[in-house]
Design a protein around this ligand. Structure first.
Ligand SMILES: [Ca+2]
Length: 482
């Protein structure tokens, strides 16, 4: 009898100890989040929970997405492949139509015994499309949960609540200070599902992916978040694009122009600009608050010590800089995005200027969880940087963006811009998609002092050698990647 009890005791101990050695993963995506957060040095931002996470891990100042728009950026993050390796540059094409058998990050964890679950926007799987069923142990939670008491509409790849889209005369407002309760916001519903799942999953080894949909347009959040910022103190950036910048660089922010009272062409006025910036900041603080609920749930369930937490924004955003808005470019402000990784045994409360690409996250998480890395991966593990933030593992981060007329097949466009961030520079080469030798435009910006570009140096004689060097380096990197 005693022996049986003893065996039962040791078995329990073994199970508990065994579990403790394998870390959980809380994977948090935030849509359109700029690296303009308190912990990133923007002291006017009220982001206490993201700051709290940064104290537990390593903050990357120079992390870059592979293409500055939702779906391609997320495809790269989740497959570990560059957009060229996937062959998709648009929002509509589901990645499995091009690479049906690729093992995604979540799927790899699932195949290695993890319980993988998701809520909110992780993949951008096309409008009205389903989520990637192969990645998850159970279907996405929105497809199971009925959010009974709130009117629900479906937009894109996540269930969005009506409160997120106030409108006038059928046209959506770009920003809105809401007096509805916070729980009517989609992101609060996502946080609720996520915290419930953390409680339910606390005795299993999980990979939980939570994708928040703000601060993506429209900038709607409850009043208490708007009240955190004094609009009169918000300054509107200079409406000036860099000297000698080619026209192809910036898009015309059509995404924003669809909204109520935004002019079809030209710059936005000061008042509209200030309201948009205020609304964006408020939405960021609302998301920060939801992230706090997740961190609290980990602590309350005794999981804080043994959970790897990754926080990332899918790309940057221009909030009035150059007189421009939104993403869709190769500029530093569009490609640079937040990345914070907190993991057991790694450095805490440190910031790094080491270059990182989103394709590096997949191999990093494999290393942190002690899983073998699949052979298809384009990125490199960031674990050396997580141990020592002074370490640099790459000399460039590469992004790309298509432009021009559609080629009329397979959603390809006639021009592809490749952009490479090095220690001090951003070098961008726009070339014909079908005839890469034909270069359409070259850009060189010195970002040693600021993320805002002031002058395209590519045509200046004193930079001729630097342009030649970077041009060769880019060509070499692209050919190695293929
Ligand atoms: Ca996005």
């Amino acid at each position: 009898m005693n022996r049986i009890i003893l065996i039962a005791f040791f078995s329990t101990l073994f199970v508990v100890t065994g579990k403790a050695q394998k870390p959980n993963v809380l994977f948090i995506a935030v849509d359109d989040l700029r690296p303009e957060l308190n912990c990133y040095g923007a002291e006017y931002m009220v982001t206490p929970n993201i700051d709290r996470l940064a104290k537990e891990g390593v903050l990357f100042h120079r992390a870059y997405c592979q293409q500055a728009v939702c779906a391609p950026s997320r495809n790269s993050m989740m497959t570990g492949l560059r957009p060229d390796a996937i062959g998709i540059y648009d929002l509509q094409t589901f990645f499995r139509t091009k690479i049906p058998d690729v093992v995604t990050l979540a799927e790899h964890f699932k195949n290695n015994g993890y319980r993988t679950e998701t809520t909110g926007k992780i993949f951008h799987t096309g409008h009205g499309n389903k989520d990637d069923r192969k990645s998850w142990s159970v279907p996405k939670w929105e497809q199971r949960e009925i959010l009974n008491n709130i009117q629900k509409i479906t937009r894109g790849d996540t269930a969005n609540l009506q409160s997120d889209f106030p409108s006038i005369d059928g046209q959506r407002l770009p920003y809105y200070c809401s007096d509805e309760p916070e729980e009517n916001m989609t992101d609060a519903a996502i946080a609720k599902i996520a915290t419930d799942r953390i409680m339910e999953l606390k005795d299993s080894t999980f990979f939980l992916a939570v994708g928040f949909i703000k601060p993506h347009l429209p900038f709607v959040s409850p009043r208490k978040y708007w009240d955190l910022y004094d609009e009169s103190k918000i300054s509107v950036p200079a409406r000036k694009s860099p000297d000698a910048m080619p026209d192809i660089s910036l898009a015309t922010f059509g995404e924003l122009r669809k909204y109520h009272d935004i002019p079809a062409t030209g710059y936005l006025d000061d008042e509209t600009s200030r309201k948009l910036i205020h609304g964006y900041y408020a939405a960021v603080s609302m998301i920060d608050s939801q992230i706090g609920k997740l961190l609290d749930a980990l602590e309350e369930n005794g999981l804080a010590e043994n959970t790897i937490i990754v926080l990332w924004g899918d790309h940057g955003w221009k909030l009035g800089e150059y007189g421009s808005w939104c993403k869709h470019s190769n500029m530093e402000l569009d490609t640079n995005a937040p990345l914070i990784i907190a993991a057991p045994g790694m450095a805490k409360n440190v910031q790094t200027r080491s270059l990182a690409e989103f394709i590096d996250v997949y191999p990093t998480l494999c290393d942190l969880a002690g899983l073998e890395k699949p052979r298809h991966l384009d990125g490199q593990s960031l674990v050396p940087v997580l141990k020592n933030p002074e370490v640099e593992i790459k000399d460039a981060a590469i992004s790309q963006y298509p432009r021009g007329k559609s080629l009329g097949y397979d959603r390809k466009m006639e021009i592809m811009g490749y952009s490479m961030r090095t220690e001090n520079y951003r070098f961008t080469r726009w070339q014909k998609y079908e005839n890469p030798e034909e270069v359409v435009a070259i850009e060189l910006y010195d970002h040693s002092g600021s993320k805002v570009a002031t002058m395209n140096l590519a045509g200046k004689s004193e930079y001729k050698q630097e342009v030649e060097r970077l041009n060769k380096m880019l060509t070499k990197k692209l050919s190695n990647a293929n």
